[in-house]
Design a protein around this ligand. Structure first.
Ligand SMILES: Cc1cc2nc3c(=O)[nH]c(=O)nc-3n(C[C@H](O)[C@H](O)[C@H](O)COP(=O)(O)O)c2cc1C
Length: 167
């Protein structure tokens, strides 16, 4: 079963989460293809899709939003999961953070099977005026590989169940 893991990322954190997800999927026996959402040409050959986007000012990354709207028709026909990254504190590991409104609406549009919010990261020497100001107080890495692995395990179980023979 081939799973596309597509991401929208400005500073590399969400791309790193996508790679973690792909590694965990491979450990679960799936084949995973990690790509920037901007560079996906089509969904042919994929049995399921996971799309992740960084959160900036309460909005999902533009590449992730565009990916979902562009391929909405195809995504409706295969299991699709979304993820967001991420709070610059340990909240994502403590409670299940629901998708922001725009992401929830995209989930409805493609009949998405699930969503997770993972902790984010911000380097102290990040680029960009606003990000640099934010990094003075909030630099750090709150990505939790265990949280990612647990979620991928759940997704993998769902996917196996969705293709299991019903007779
Ligand atoms: C200017 C700015 C705004 C941000 N806004 C949010 C936000 O609204 N919600 C959130 O959970 N995280 C927010 N973050 C944290 C980012 O989502 C986090 O740094 C994430 O890991 C960035 O992903 P990327 O490295 O893939 O771009 C913000 C970060 C910056 C620099």
């Amino acid at each position: 079963m081939l799973v596309l893991v597509a991401y929208g990322s400005t500073r590399g954190g969400t791309a790193a989460l996508a790679r973690m997800i792909a590694e965990d999927l491979e450990a679960e026996g799936f084949t995973a293809d990690v790509r920037s959402a901007r560079h996906v040409g089509g969904l042919e050959g994929y049995d399921a899709v996971i799309v992740g986007g960084a959160l900036y000012a309460g909005r999902w990354h533009r590449d992730a939003r565009r990916f979902v709207t562009r391929f909405a028709g195809g995504l409706r026909g295969i299991p699709t999961y979304l993820f967001s990254s991420g709070p610059l504190d340990n909240s994502a590991g403590r409670v299940e953070i629901p998708p922001v409104r725009g992401v929830a609406s995209l989930m409805g549009r493609v009949g998405s099977a699930g969503h997770a919010t993972f902790g984010g990261r911000l380097a102290p020497d990040t680029t960009g005026l606003v990000a640099r100001a934010m990094a003075k107080k909030h630099a750090g890495n709150w990505q939790d590989p265990n949280q990612v692995r647990t979620w991928v395990h759940q997704v993998a179980s769902d996917l196996r169940a969705s293709v299991a023979p019903t007779a």
